[in-house]
Design a protein around this ligand. Structure first.
Ligand code: SAH
Length: 455
């Protein structure tokens, strides 16, 4: 329930921090806020409120819409009795049994307001829930809601179809372009442009290339989560686990281009065609890729196809597998005096000159993070040594990085090249380089042969 207080007073009996907390909330209303107490302890100067340092008097409740009692004692009892006698809704701070109403935690994106209440049972929980909702909603969403309000009449006269109108509003409140424009004070202009596009009825869709991270839902970015909620279609790879895809809107269409129910997986050309076609139908497409979309994600080809078709797109970064693997094992992939850089490379299809190059880089102290190398790990390790890397170079491997079921292996290039290791199922990152030794590999399985010291 929202309660009208304009032109009336909100009276707070108490001058302590509890009173200050209520002031923070009610000073956002259009009421006149009055604080009455014999002991004004908190600092109310930051708020436009009237502070009266004296005993409570019944006439203080004249024209009061709401009363808060935030202290104990004679004045408090008098104020409670007076409020009840006059039928003015009363809130006694921290005494739910005496309250006529509770003040919820509020997410304030005026004109959008979200209230969270536990009816006084667990205010701490309400605050935590609030923090989550705060993180979900752009700070600009209120401004954008006002933009929508300002456009209502024009939208009604220009777009007659109800569904088309709804699409326009959805686009307005979810478009990253509008948000970006709002930041630079151009929100109204951008909203006009959007409206024109929708009026000409050829509103094109958009493709968001979204990094899903290594496979845990809490390693998604907030932006990724927001866009997944907005997408009409989610096109995802097989490496993206269901828990992450499930962060999307429940009624969004989902297309698994990794395995497509009993069919062959989609070819890259088919994926390009698919996302262009979906966006061409005006849909908002979340193209969800594991890790970061720009790292071994074939994003380049998809972006080229979108550009060619004139379809809007944007890219949302994600936690790449090597970074999740580094975090899992506390491995500093760059380390002062040891490793001055970090190479993300694919072991798949690497030729002799690649390997010679990497061997030299590893010798020079750089850390290699090899993607797509698990099935050929033994061979790659052997070839790195053959091309000049020291057999004693530390190696660390993380299977299922960033996930609850991760497993880790450590040793040296010589140990890995011996081939005596059975990895658990799942994708893997292979680290090679001196900095690996600085990580925490204490719980890892040892590769055969020489092993490095665990610090
Ligand atoms: N774009 C992704 C990489 C896709 S290529 C990213 O930035 O992470 C696929 C390769 O990524 C796999 O062969 C494996 O080497 C690596 N990979 C993806 N997810 C992984 C995970 N959870 N743990 C370890 N390696 C992973």
């Amino acid at each position: 329930m929202s309660y009208k207080v304009q032109g009336q007073r909100i009276v707070i009996v108490g001058g302590n921090d509890e009173a200050l907390n209520k002031v923070r909330l009610v000073s956002k209303t259009t009421a006149t806020v009055v604080i009455i107490s014999r002991h004004i302890e908190a600092d109310f100067r930051a708020f436009a409120v009237e502070v009266i340092e004296r005993a409570f008097a019944p006439s203080d409740l004249d024209n009061a819409a709401l009363v808060f009692v935030a202290e104990e004692g004679e004045d408090a009892e008098l104020a409670k009795a007076e409020a009840r006698a006059r039928g003015i809704p009363l809130n006694v701070v921290d005494v739910p049994a005496e309250c006529d109403f509770y003040t919820p935690s509020i997410v304030d994106r005026a004109p959008l307001t979200i209230a969270i209440s536990t009816e006084g049972d667990a205010p701490v929980l309400a605050r935590l829930v609030r923090a989550r909702i705060e993180a979900m909603l752009s700070p600009r969403i209120g401004k954008i809601a006002s933009l929508a309000g300002g456009l209502r009449q024009r939208v009604e006269s220009l777009i007659h179809d109800g569904a088309a109108r709804r699409r326009f509003y959805e686009a307005l409140v979810t478009s990253p372009q509008i948000e970006a424009a709002e930041i630079s004070g151009q929100g109204a202009e951008a909203a006009e442009v959007l409206l024109t596009q929708h009026v000409s009825a050829d509103a094109k869709g958009v493709v968001w290339l979204i990094g899903a991270g290594p496979g845990s839902e809490d390693l998604l970015t907030l932006r990724a989560q927001r866009l997944l909620q907005e997408a009409d279609v989610i096109v995802h790879d097989q490496l993206v686990p269901t828990v992450v895809v499930d962060m999307g809107r429940r009624d969004a269409e989902r297309i698994d281009v990794g395995k497509a129910k009993g069919h062959h997986s989609f070819s890259q050309a088919q994926i390009n065609t698919l996302i262009v076609r979906l966006a061409g139908q005006g849909k908002r497409v979340a193209r969800l890729k594991s890790g970061d979309p720009m790292v071994f994600g074939r994003a380049g080809e998809e972006i080229a196809a979108l550009r060619k078709a004139g379809i809007a797109y944007s890219v949302v970064p994600g936690v790449s597998a090597a970074l999740a693997a580094a975090a899992d094992t506390a491995t500093p992939v760059t380390l002062r005096g040891v490793s001055s850089g970090f190479i993300m490379a694919t072991a798949h299809g690497a030729d002799d000159s690649d390997l010679r190059h990497w061997a030299a880089l590893a010798q020079s102290g750089l850390t290699l993070a090899l993607y797509m190398g698990k099935s050929i790990a033994t061979e790659v390790a052997g070839r790195l040594v053959a091309h000049g890397a020291s057999p004693a170079t530390p190696v660390g491997i993380v299977v299922n990085a960033g996930r609850a079921d991760k497993s880790t292996y450590s040793g040296t290039l010589a140990g890995l090249s011996s081939g005596q290791v059975a990895f658990s199922d799942g994708p893997a990152i292979i680290f090679v380089g001196e900095a690996v030794e600085a990580g925490d590999w204490a719980d890892s399985a040892q590769l055969a042969g020489m092993s490095f010291k665990v610090a």
